[in-house]
Design a protein. Structure first.
Lengths: 328, 238, 290
């Protein structure tokens, strides 16, 4: 019982704080932050654990968003089913391109994903415009039926739902971190020869990680669709391609809460800076370079070791830690 | 650290290493290495795989930054200098990998060496390695292992280096070429100090006047003097 | 069957756009080959070249002077960035340089926005003359762009194969440590290469400016295409870059005559096909692990 609590307490604390912030922060901001952080955690996992950077996360975001949108616009009204289909679309897309992409060297991988995002952008904007209504986008807010128990077609109820989903996602990634699979992911990044000698296949590990990460991204896309009631090609526009990467670096690559901290910082800063000086690119560009040169740990990445030191002084010396690699 | 003969005086030495400690990331590879080479001396460094021999040469040549210790060549300190500056100071490293610039011709490989050292006297080089004369216009990628080794050493000789650090030169080479190299090393030592890392114990024992036996990153023994430099004696310390 | 006139102008268009891609791709390829960095900030020097062309052509009345100025300023900025930032990160892995150079690109776009604002600017074409080729009116300017790119290719070839610095760079692409071991100052080699890359990107931007509108995000718009050229050709190979730039240019141009949206996507399909067979591109160096 105590062990379970020790495992959960970080996640519960983080999301309780997010939940509480509802009291003094605007709802749209928080919903955006939650979905954005789910969007980012896939990217962070890929970069921090497997060592792959992807400049094409919008591709999978769009897969999820449009998967949901097509269903809710053309076929049905149940948002939950829409969400499910969005996630499945992401699973399918990453399952198709994964086997090819994952074989590539890290720089080719990044750019090939970018190219995929660009392609999907053009696909949705022009080629399939008959189905997607092009730049006008698909509107289905009114199509969505109210759902029993938690009506996610309403923003305030959606917020609770999003919080629960995020809790689940974080629990899943924490579990991954602690599992053998998580260790394998780290190993492919650090020493792929050794992993092969141990009997694992680098390719399989990477492929699975790729699919997991991008399906998570698709989940975020599906959530965006349901939340906004609207999807347009803008969601995968090339200028947004680097958002998850920036947020990942900002928060701290490979840490569990990095994406959350990064999403809050990024969304918050964007609002504030845009109002103040209007030149958001200038700020974020220099910030990114500064973070990289200063040690590329990010906000949470720099805070986390200090917090751990603080808390470990309270614990009795020699207390057994959780088994396995626990990265918070 | 057993010394089986009187160690030579340090003052007249061309290259002196004192208390060198080197690590690769988190793991320590070399512990407190002391080494000295006279101006016209051939010194060998022997040891099993992973003992740290290449690491030692690379650290002297400036490709690895040591944790602590000093390296001096002819009264000039080498630690902390860029590898290309060290090469310019007369300490040349001939790596183990037998790689030359494959896309360039033999001539162009030598031209690069000449450009760096401003030494365009190739007669000396072709004197030691006459075969290179015939191969001048061949792309270096098409050379055999032995020819490549000759080119690497020839290239390093440009600029009249004071110290040559040669890493496993005879590995994988035919006996006739090994014999040729043996003669060349002897001639080279008339003008330079040589530090040769080798697995071929009989060879180094024949030409070296001092042998350092490296074991797990430490100097296990220093052999000096004709009687003590024998393959079986070396073996004992490895 | 396509109209012969349309075909000819399509080919010329493809050659000119391929030339622009080529000029940028050389820089990226060389930077990777020698320094093992991904220099996404080359897209910034492209934008700088374009914007300087715009401003200088307004001030002096000559677009060619503007293009020359763009080339020079882009080279200077590249030099500054190399000395200040890249010099510190050469020993880090590829993803590090990717992220950092991307930050430089984004920050640079912000600087451009600061000085020039967000409104797209037009740049006049230096010569409006048309040439009659087999019954088709072909803009001379586009032919000049292709000619310049051909000259640059010849120049780079001569540089890499006939000058000692060029040979040192080729040697460094194979093995930097060995070049260092000979006593050659590779730090200076890196700087020279980076300046060449930045200047060529600036030239590309300047030449491209009269053909499109100059706007702050122009670098991001061509990013995907330039990289597809580089990936298809293989990072580190000049010959590969030339071939793939030519190919992508033709595909985009002739493809858009057949069916416009598909033309944007066709290079992607080609890239995937090539990567299936050769994961490092047509002539790419397989030297580096992840």
């Amino acid at each position: 019982m105590v062990k379970a609590f020790r495992w959960w307490w970080g996640i519960l604390l983080a999301f309780s704080l997010v939940g509480l912030s509802r009291l003094f922060l605007p709802l749209p901001f928080i919903n955006e932050v939650i979905i954005f952080s789910i969007y980012t955690i896939g990217c962070s996992f890929l970069l921090g654990r497997v060592g792959f950077i992807s400049f094409g996360q919008p591709a999978y975001l769009a897969a999820g968003a449009y998967g949901t949108a097509f269903y809710l616009f053309y076929f049905g009204t149940n948002p939950f089913v829409g969400l499910l289909l969005g996630v499945l679309s992401g699973l399918v897309v990453s399952g198709i391109v994964g086997p090819l992409f994952v074989r590539l060297r890290s720089d080719y991988f990044a750019l090939v994903n970018l190219a995929l995002a660009v392609i999907i952008y053009y696909l949705m904007q022009k080629v399939l415009a008959d189905f997607t209504r092009g730049d006008n986008g698909l509107w289905f807010l009114t199509n969505m039926a109210s759902t029993p128990l938690l009506d996610i077609s309403r923003p305030d109820q959606f917020f609770i739902f999003a919080l629960l989903v995020a809790l689940g996602v974080w629990a899943f990634y924490k579990y991954l971190d602690d599992s053998i699979f998580g260790a394998c992911c780290l190993a492919t990044k650090i020493n792929e020869d050794k992993l092969e000698f141990l009997g694992y296949s680098n390719y399989s590990v990477r492929l699975l990680a790729f699919i997991i990460a991008n399906t998570t991204t698709a989940l975020a896309g599906a959530m965006y669709a349901v939340y906004l009631g609207f999807v347009s090609p803008e969601i995968t526009s090339p200028s947004r391609a680097a958002d998850p990467v920036i947020v990942t670096i900002l928060g701290g690559t490979g840490t569990l809460y990095g994406p959350l901290v990064g999403a809050i910082a990024y969304t918050g800063m964007k609002d504030v800076i845009s109002k103040l000086i209007g030149n958001w690119e200038l700020f974020i560009g220099f910030l990114l370079v500064f973070i990289m040169l200063a040690g590329d740990k990010g906000i949470w990445g720099s805070l986390q070791p200090r917090l751990e030191k603080l808390f470990s002084r309270r614990n009795a010396p020699g207390a057994p830690d959780d088994v396995g690699a626990t990265r918070r | 650290m057993p010394v089986t003969s009187a160690a030579p005086a340090h003052n007249g030495d061309m290259l002196t290493v004192r208390g060198l400690n080197v690590s690769y990331g988190e793991s320590r590879v070399l512990f407190d290495i002391d080494l000295s080479v006279g101006a016209r001396q051939i010194v060998a460094c022997v040891g099993r795989n992973g003992a740290g021999k290449s690491t030692l040469l690379k650290s002297i040549a400036g490709f690895l930054k040591p944790l602590s210790g000093s390296v001096t060549c002819d009264h000039a300190s080498l630690v902390g200098q860029a590898s290309y500056d060290i090469a310019k100071m007369g300490v040349k490293y001939v790596p183990q990998d037998k790689k030359v610039f494959s896309d360039l011709t033999v001539r162009e490989n030598l031209e690069l060496g000449s450009y760096a050292s401003q030494d365009y006297n190739w007669d000396r080089i072709t004197g030691y390695f006459p075969k290179l004369k015939e191969l001048m216009d061949r792309k270096a990628g098409f050379l055999s292992g032995g020819e490549r080794q000759m080119l690497m050493i020839g290239r390093a000789l440009l600029g009249n280096p004071k110290v040559l650090l040669i890493d496993e030169p005879t590995e994988g080479l035919a006996p006739s070429i090994v014999a040729h190299l043996k003669t060349v090393f002897g001639e080279l030592s008339r003008n330079a100090a040589l530090v040769i890392v080798e697995q071929n114990l009989p060879l180094v024992c024949a030409i070296s006047s001092k042998v350092y036996a490296l074991k797990e990153g430490r100097i296990a023994a220093v052999l000096a003097g004709r009687e003590s430099i024998r393959a079986d004696v070396c073996e004992r310390y490895l | 069957m396509m109209d012969a006139q349309l075909l000819i102008s399509g080919v010329i268009f493809g050659l000119s756009i391929g030339s622009i891609f080529f000029l940028m791709a050389i820089g990226l390829s060389l930077c990777f080959g020698l320094m093992r960095i991904i220099s996404l900030d080359q897209l910034l020097y492209y934008s700088i070249g374009a914007y300087l062309t715009y401003t200088l052509s307004l001030v002096t009345g000559s677009v060619w002077l503007g293009i020359l100025g763009g080339l020079v300023v882009a080279g200077i900025v590249a030099f500054a960035v190399e000395r200040l930032i890249f010099r510190r990160i050469y020993d880090r892995d590829l993803t590090f340089s990717m992220i950092t150079s991307f930050g430089i690109l984004i920050g640079g776009i912000g600087v451009i926005k600061f000085f020039w604002g967000v409104v797209p600017r037009p740049v006049p074409i230096p010569m409006m003359t048309q040439l009659d080729i087999a019954g088709t009116e072909v803009p001379v300017y586009r032919l000049i762009v292709v000619a310049i790119a051909a000259l640059v290719y010849a120049g780079i070839w001569l540089f890499l194969n006939r000058t000692i610095i060029g040979k040192a760079i080729r040697a460094g692409i194979e093995n930097v440590e060995h070049v260092e071991g000979l006593g050659i100052n590779v730090s200076r080699l890196f700087t020279i290469t980076f300046i060449i890359a930045g200047s060529l990107s600036g030239l590309a931007g300047g030449l491209h400016a009269p053909l499109i509108m100059v706007d702050p995000s122009m670098g991001l718009e061509v990013l995907a295409f330039v990289f597809m050229v580089v990936i298809i050709g293989g990072l580190g190979s000049i010959k590969g870059t030339l071939i793939s730039a030519f190919m992508v240019g033709q595909v985009v141009s002739l493809g858009s005559l057949i069916y416009a949206p598909l033309a944007q996507m066709a290079p992607f399909a080609i890239m995937l096909l090539i990567l299936l067979v050769k994961p490092t591109g047509l002539y790419g160096s397989a030297l580096l692990k992840r």
